[in-house]
Design a protein around this ligand. Structure first.
Ligand code: HGY
Ligand code: MN
Ligand code: MN
Length: 431
């Protein structure tokens, strides 16, 4: 950690300890943003959200939120990868800001809360401080990071990774989507190729409020999650190339069945998870495109994605190495050739204990129960933690905390709880 966090004196605390955010204003903002990129989800019959990064829908969302930020008196800047920083001046405005952030791009089948709670919660903190005429010593910035989800351009936390210097700008700008459209071209097209240089100047500290996206807090009836850190993430894209053949006329021994090879990989990943030999490993084959995808033709090509998660870095490395070895076995067994490309790779991140303690103290002062929790999902905080002390606040979700699905839901009260903790912690850091 680059500097010790200086906790201000007691009297500057009293100025906001009685202040609470406006729950209805926060909820209405979440609902209004959730209308942009709305679609009717055939699986659930619900209204889902689809605002993939740097699409017109994402831009609609940005314009709405940036308009609200300007109305709240914030000055907006955009960096070279399209991240937006909305700044509220501090009494000592030359000091590095306390940054509050998250993302408003979504997966293709999203709800209204993932990422949006963190950005609109930051805006609600600003609006509440404005309502009460509170000036903090340090500036406060609310950030919107580009392509956090990674579902369009294939690598998650793209914007915050570039802001923090883990990903190079050139490499990020040249990353393309499934249609070959690059990040750089989209930023130019939408006017979000900004001036602010990346990596960005380190903020003083960073806070992010997010829905848990899992069942733990709700199961324990706990109001706040104090996030210890984020587990490691590795994404791989496998291209399996066999040979198309007639399903009836081709003897089994002459087949090079890419579909069989893909199935063997999926089963092996499941065996690795269930073996327990890789700690708390999780593996997901989320995307699988088969060609020609017709009933009476042996598949010649499969593109499949592999999403590996593990809180333990060494176990993740072992899993990746063993998977690579197994791909070779599958090639020899099936005659199918397999290429593997790593499209995202982030190590486990531990948030500084001081930041965890600050979140826990803020929750306690508000009378909220809390539990420590490691994040299953990746977050921008995991990237910005490379620049400055970072911390996260989780709020529980309903329906087993389902996320990346239109059923994603957290209550107005739970959202307000998280943003009240965010307000107290952010102001303490800013003073
Ligand atoms: O994939 C993740 O964990 C995050 O939602 N981008
Ligand atoms: Mn998210
Ligand atoms: Mn997400």
């Amino acid at each position: 950690m680059s500097h010790p966090i200086v906790f201000p004196s007691a009297e500057s605390q009293s100025s906001v300890s009685h202040i609470r955010v406006d729950q209805d204003r926060l909820w209405n903002a979440l609902q209004e943003l959730g209308e942009l990129g709305a679609y009717r989800d055939e699986e659930t019959g619900l209204h889902g959200v689809r605002r993939l990064a740097l699409t017109d829908q994402d831009m609609e969302g940005r314009r709405l939120v940036m308009g609200w930020m300007q109305e709240a008196g914030l000055s907006l800047r955009v960096d070279q990868i399209g991240n937006v920083y909305a700044r509220r001046a501090g009494a000592q405005d030359v000091l590095p800001p306390v940054m509050i952030g998250s993302h408003i791009d979504s997966v293709g089948t999203a709800g209204k809360f993932d990422g949006c709670l963190g950005v609109l919660g930051g805006l609600e903190v600003i609006r509440t401080l404005n309502d009460h005429g509170v000036i903090t010593r340090r500036p406060i910035e609310v950030a919107i990071f580009t392509e956090e989800e990674g579902v369009r351009f294939g690598t998650d936390m793209l914007g915050s990774a570039v802001a923090a210097g883990r990903l190079g700008l050139r490499e990020a700008l040249e990353t393309t989507d499934r249609d070959g459209v690059s990040v750089g071209a989209e930023l130019e097209h939408h006017g979000f190729a900004g001036e602010v240089q990346v990596p960005i100047t380190a903020p003083y500290a960073y806070l992010e409020c997010h829905i848990e996206q899992g069942p733990i807090l709700a199961a324990d009836n706990t109001r706040i999650g104090v996030v210890r850190g984020v587990q490691a993430i590795t994404w791989k894209e496998l291209q399996l190339t066999g040979r198309a053949a007639h399903a009836g006329a081709t003897p089994h021994s002459l087949r090079r069945n890419a579909g069989l090879a893909a199935a063997l990989v999926t089963v092996r990943l499941n065996e690795m998870v269930e073996s327990g030999e890789y700690g708390q490993m999780l593996a997901t084959v989320g995307r699988q495109d088969t060609y020609p995808n017709l009933i009476n033709i042996v598949p010649s090509n499969v593109l499949m994605t592999v999403d590996l998660r593990n809180p333990d870095a060494a176990a993740m490395e072992r899993a990746e190495a063993d998977l690579n070895t197994y791909l070779g076995d599958v090639e020899r067994l099936t005659g199918v050739s397999i290429t593997s490309r790593t499209t995202a790779k982030t190590p486990p991140v531990a948030f500084p204990v001081e930041m965890q303690d600050l979140v826990a103290k803020s929750a306690t002062n508000l009378g909220f129960s809390y539990a420590e929790i490691t994040s299953g999902a990746g977050h921008d905080a995991g990237e910005i933690a490379a620049l400055c002390p970072a911390g996260m606040i989780f709020v529980p979700g309903l329906y087993d905390g389902i996320s990346h699905n239109p059923r994603e839901y957290s209550t107005p009260e739970a959202c307000a709880d998280g943003i009240n903790v965010l307000l107290q912690a952010a102001v303490e850091l800013a003073n």
